[in-house]
Write a protein that binds this ligand. Sequence first.
Ligand code: COA
Length: 415
Amino acid sequence: MQALDGIKILDFTHVQSGPTCTQLLAWFGADVIKVERPGVGDATRGQLRDIPKVDSLYFTMLNHNKRSITLNSKSEKGKKILTKLIAECDVMVENFAPGALDRMGFSWEKIQEINSRMIYASIKGFGPGPYEDCKVYENVAQCAGGAASTTGIFGGVPIVTGAQIGDSGTGLHLALGIVTALYHREKTGCGQRVTTAMQDGVLNLCRVKLRDQQRLDTGPLREYSQFSEGIEFGNATPRAGNDSGGGQPGRILKCKGWEQDPDAYTYFITQAAAWKNICDVIGKPEWKDDPDWATPETRLPKLNEMFGAIEAWTISKTKFEVMEICNPLNIPVGPILSMKELAEEPSLRATGTIVEVNHPQRGTYLSVGCPIKLSDSPVSVERSPLLGEHTEQILREVVGLDDDQITEARDAGAV
Ligand code: COA
C-alpha cells in the first residue's frame, strides 16, 4: 500500500509547475486523472520534440504515473462530466492563467457547492496585488522572486539558474499545501483552497538573500568576495558569484583537466572547523597558527589570496580526487557534475533517483525518479499516458457512464 492510496486527484495542470506537483502525488499512490483538451492536450506534448509526432521528453518526464482523459470542459456535456468528476475526486489542481476556471463556470464557490470535501489547489504567477492577472513562466518568476538579482557575477547582468525553482519549486510547495489540507480534512471533514504564487515560492527559496538585505543596514556583508576585494556595497543584496550562501566562505575552483573539460571544477568550503586540515592539505601548514590567517575574521579580507592558494592545490587533482582526499578530513567539497555524469552515476540508478522508463512510442528514456523516499511507500515510476489513453476507462469507472452515454459524449465532441 502506498501513502496516498485511495486519493483521487483531478489534474487540470499543464506545462511544468502544476504537473510537477501532481506527479509527486501520483508517485505517493494517488490516482491522478489528467484532464486535457481533446485533440490538443498539454502543450508540452508537442514542445521541444526530439522525435516527430511522439510525446516530448518535456511531457513524459513530468507526467509519470497519471491517467489521461480528454474533455472539453467548455462544452455543455463536458461541464456535466466535469461536475461529476469534481464530485468524485478529493483534490483538484490547476495552473491555468488567472481566471480561466472561473470563465469555464467553475469558481471556488461552485466547486464547494459540488463537493464540500474538495481541496482546490492552484498555482499562479503572482499572489493578490498589482500583477495578479499576469501569465507567468519560469524565468519571469525567477526574476520577480529575487533569484535573478542575486545570481550572477558582481557587475554583470542578472542570471537565471538552471534549477527550475519557479516551476518545479512552486509545484513542490503546492504538493505540501495539498497534503497538509488532506491531513486537515481528516480532522474536520472539510476541503479548502490552497494557493501558491510562483513569486512567493521563489522568494521563499531566496530567504537567505532577504536575510542579507537586512544585514546590509548594519554594515558590509563581510563573507562576500566583494568585501575582500574592497568594493563598496550598494543598497540591495548584490550578485555574489559563487560565494557560499552560509557564511563559511566557499568558491568554485579549477581542477585537473579544466582546460578541456568545462566541468572540471570543485566547490570548496573553508569551514572554520576544518581550517587546520585545509592548511595541511594545500601545503600551507604555517597558516594554521599564523595570527594573520588562523581565524575566520582575519581571513575574510584576503579571500582571493586564500582561494588562490587552495586552487593551486585543487588544480593538481581531479574533482573526484579532491573529494576523496577532503571528505575524510571533514572539509566540505563537491565536484561540479555534468548532466552526463549524473545520468551515468550508478548510485543514482540504484536509489531510483535516475530511472529508465519504457514508452510505447519512444522506447527507453531516462527520467528523474521520486526524490523523496518513504520507507513504507515505495515508488514505481510508470510511463506517462498517451493523450486520452484512459478516457473511456475514467468515464466508465469514475463518472459512471455506460457505453451509449460514452458514444454520445464522443459524438458531441465533449471528450
Ligand atoms: N477544455 C476546454 N478549454 C480548456 C481546457 C479544456 N480541457 N484546458 C484548457 N482550456 C482553456 C482554458 O480555459 C483557457 O481558456 P480561456 O483563455 O478562454 O479562459 C485556455 O485553454 C488557455 O489556458 P491558459 O492557462 O491561458 O494557457 P496559456 O498557454 O495561454 O498560458 C501559462 C500558459 C502557463 C502562461 C498560464 O497558464 C499561466 O500563467 N499559468 C499560471 C502560472 C504557471 O503555472 N506558470 C508556469 C507554467 S510552467
